[in-house]
Design a protein around this ligand. Structure first.
Ligand code: ADP
Ligand code: MG
Length: 156
């Protein structure tokens, strides 16, 4: 599934729309360069899940926790240097919880370590400063319906 956005607001709105299809236990991997729009998408997602706190980039904190319809663990792996650090920060425990949603920025740094079942969302810059190409794919059966529902609910 692919969508183009032409403004930060549209990417935010797309994140918010994605939230409506999200179920407990889901893992959302957000790929893209610095400034692509990963945190903005995560912010829309959090808003859609009725998070009231401010959603900021967890680059320095490595993980932020928000309470909305679910508990949301928002990771940024940018500063991690080795896969071992993932266990140090408790990543696997959080990612394995059934009743929460995990959002990961820079999952591609440790692609081999990411759980097998996930939604992978890649945000790339388009021709102009404010254009982005967003590609969504899923790994694992349980995410196939998520993709289908999102595709139907967000006309391109
Ligand atoms: P990342 O988390 O990927 O490093 P951020 O979400 O923090 O990126 O920042 C994205 C930046 O790109 C913001 O300053 C935002 O205003 C800008 N931007 C411009 N156009 C878009 C767009 N279509 N979608 C998302 N962000 C955009
Ligand atoms: Mg970010």
């Amino acid at each position: 599934m692919q969508r183009k956005t032409s403004s930060p607001e549209e990417t935010y709105a797309f994140g918010k729309a994605a939230a409506e299809k999200i179920k407990a236990g889901m893992l959302i991997c957000l790929e893209g360069d610095l400034g692509a729009g990963k945190t903005l998408f995560a912010r829309g997602l959090a808003e859609g899940l009725h998070v009231k706190e401010e959603v900021t980039s967890p680059t320095f904190a490595i993980m932020n926790v928000y309470r909305g319809d679910f508990t949301i663990y928002h990771f940024d792996l940018y500063r991690l240097e080795s896969p071992e650090e993932l266990s140090d920060i408790g990543f696997y425990e959080y990612a394995g919880q059934e009743d929460c949603v995990v959002v990961v920025e820079w999952p591609d740094k440790f692609a081999q370590e990411m759980p097998r079942h996930a939604v992978w969302i890649r945000i790339e810059r388009g021709e102009s400063d404010t254009q982005r190409l967003i590609t969504i794919r899923s790994t694992g059966d349980e995410y196939r319906s998520f993709l289908k529902e999102l595709d139907l609910s967000c006309p391109s």
